[in-house]
Design a protein around this ligand. Structure first.
Ligand SMILES: *Cc1c(COP(=O)(O)O)cnc(C)c1O
Length: 452
């Protein structure tokens, strides 16, 4: 038996905090390993902080999502949203699971091509596609989702010049009952912009209008909004059918499904209340099946969901730097994880678990990062046991957006490790070095020397 640890007694000021009919929850069991690999061992080998991705969880999550849709709708295709997490290893797992690529920039487009994705299976979204980007996409026969009229005219011109008929869709925005409406991307449904764009494409005959696309928001908590959006896209497709006798091939419902995270200010944990893939699949497929599509003309349903597929598979390991008391006596714990590598801490109350056993006594704690900045707070208030200097923590549900939006600020971005299906860790992105950073800089000759 290991020795029981001594903790010095403290007098605790009772704080009622936010009342909750379920009582305050001290949920924590320590998390000592991820997919069978010891957290301490991972930190010893790869350093702290450290991002860890579970291949098992990525695969089981995409399979769960596919099953939810495929059991309700006959033709389903997922496309991996690169901006959510474009580490090559992560994209490759999604491609192995059958996902196409969904990209929103020339850089992401090139990344998909360099990974070996067939150009025909790349969906190109976003408001900023340069002439070079569009030319490459047209020559590769990719699916180009038009965002605005200037882009529509550029594609018309390029189609003529390259003597091709590009495959395009338009992005449609609309009122789905969730406000504010995301109306800055694409063409509006209610005011007729979308119908206008469709008519322009059909009359020009320079492009093949193969689909209709929407992406109504992110971290959506309302499946019914997707039902409304799907019904509106179906209406457009049917109007197109009746006016032009033209059948579109697909309806792309975009992404935006909520992951298991807990939004700041939420009354209950996201894991308990956020809608499931089944809820979103039910809303979307019901709307499409109940619309007036002939059975043999039911369009392919494309989904570009990002965060809900990868958030749970990502963990961020960190270490305690110090404990101190604030001027009011509250416990402040400083960890080596800053908001520069955990961007999502601005929106979520990330679940945080100690990585080693602890005593039963817990206390309201503020978790600070190591940046010399006041905004560097990972959790403003969370109930944690005492964490001693050098001990480790696991931050949960960090797989989405953090490894694309991370900032290099006063330190270097850390290693990323993937734990494979056989519970074997692989380094999939190495930590940055001073040489990496310096390799991009030049010092003009007149600044080369100084004397201090
Ligand atoms: C970002 C994005 C997605 C993925 O969104 P999530 O909220 O992560 O599911 C899908 N489609 C488009 C067009 C996007 O911009």
């Amino acid at each position: 038996m290991s020795k029981i640890r001594y903790e010095r007694p403290v007098i605790k000021k009772l704080e009622t905090g936010m009342p909750n009919k379920f009582g305050t929850r001290t949920e924590y069991e320590p998390m000592t390993s991820i997919d069978g690999v010891s957290v301490n061992e991972l930190i010893r080998t790869y350093g702290s902080p450290l991002f860890v991705i579970s291949e098992k969880t990525v695969r089981s999550t995409i399979r769960k999502a596919k099953k939810a849709f495929e059991t309700r709708y006959p033709k389903v295709q997922f496309a991996w949203s690169y901006k959510t997490n474009y580490l090559n290893a992560v994209c490759s797992i999604f491609h192995q699971e059958g996902s196409w690529a969904e990209v929103v920039s020339g850089f992401e487009y090139e990344k998909a091509i360099s990974l070996g994705v067939d150009g025909k299976k790349i969906i190109f979204n976003g408001p900023d596609k340069s002439e070079t980007d569009l030319t490459r996409a047209i020559l590769n026969d990719s699916l180009i989702h038009i965002d605005h009229l200037d882009e529509l005219y550029s594609i018309t011109e390029l189609a003529e010049k390259l003597d091709r008929r590009p495959r395009v869709a338009i992005r449609v925005n609309m009122d789905t009952g969730v406000y504010p409406i995301w109306d800055r991307f694409g063409f509006n449904y209610e005011n007729g912009q979308a119908w206008d764009a469709i008519n322009k494409i059909m009359h020009s005959e320079k492009m093949q209008l193969v689909g209709l696309h929407c992406h109504i928001g992110t971290f959506m908590l309302s499946p019914s909004a997707y039902g409304i959006a799907a019904a509106k896209l179906a209406e457009l497709a049917l109007a197109l059918e009746s006016k032009f006798k033209h059948t579109i091939r697909y309806i792309d419902m975009g992404g935006g499904f909520a992951s298991r995270n807990t939004l700041k200010g939420s009354y209950l944990p996201g894991n308990d209340i956020n809608p499931s893939f089944d809820d979103f699949a039910e809303a979307i497929s019901t709307a499409l099946i109940n619309s007036n599509f002939q059975k043999d003309k039911l369009p392919l349903l494309i989904l570009e969901t990002g965060r809900a597929l990868v958030d749970e598979a990502g963990f961020l390991l960190g270490s305690v730097i110090s404990n101190k008391r604030s001027s009011t006596g509250r416990r402040n714990t400083i960890i080596d994880v800053g908001v520069n590598i955990l961007f999502t801490s601005f929106w979520y109350d990330h679940k945080i678990t100690p990585a080693q056993s602890f005593t039963h006594y817990s206390e309201d704690t503020c978790l600070y990062g190591p940046l010399c900045m006041n905004i560097d707070v990972i959790r403003e208030s969370t109930n944690l046991p005492l964490l001693n200097k050098g001990e480790h923590i696991v931050i949960h549900n960090v797989g989405a957006y953090n490894m694309t939006q991370w900032m290099q600020f006063i330190t270097l971005r850390p290693n990323v490790v993937l734990i494979d299906m056989d519970e074997k860790p692989h380094l999939i992105r190495s930590r940055e070095s001073l040489e990496n950073m310096n390799s991009m800089e030049e010092v003009p000759a007149h600044l080369a020397k100084f004397n201090v």
